[in-house]
Design a protein. Structure first.
Length: 65
C-alpha cells in the first residue's frame, strides 16, 4: 500500500474527514499530499501550524521559557 492508499483506507475505516498529525513522520506525508494537490484528503499538520505561529508566540511576553 502506498501512502495515499493507506490514508484513504484509514479515512474510510474510521469515517474520518481529516487527520491530525501527531509526530514528525506525518509532516512528510503532509508535504507529499500538498505536492500532489489531492483535495480528497484533508490533513492538519501541527508542525506547520506551530512553525507559522512561532514568531508570534516568541514575541508574547507572557510565555515562560
Amino acid at each position: 500500500i502506498c501512502g495515499e492508499e493507506l490514508l484513504e483506507s484509514l479515512k474510510a475505516r474510521y469515517q474520518a474527514d481529516a487527520f491530525l498529525a501527531g509526530c514528525t513522520e506525518f509532516h512528510l506525508v503532509n508535504k507529499k499530499l500538498l505536492a500532489e494537490g489531492n483535495p480528497a484528503i484533508r490533513f492538519i499538520d501541527p508542525l506547520y501550524s506551530i512553525g507559522r505561529e512561532l514568531p508570534r508566540l516568541i514575541r508574547t511576553p507572557k510565555i515562560v521559557y
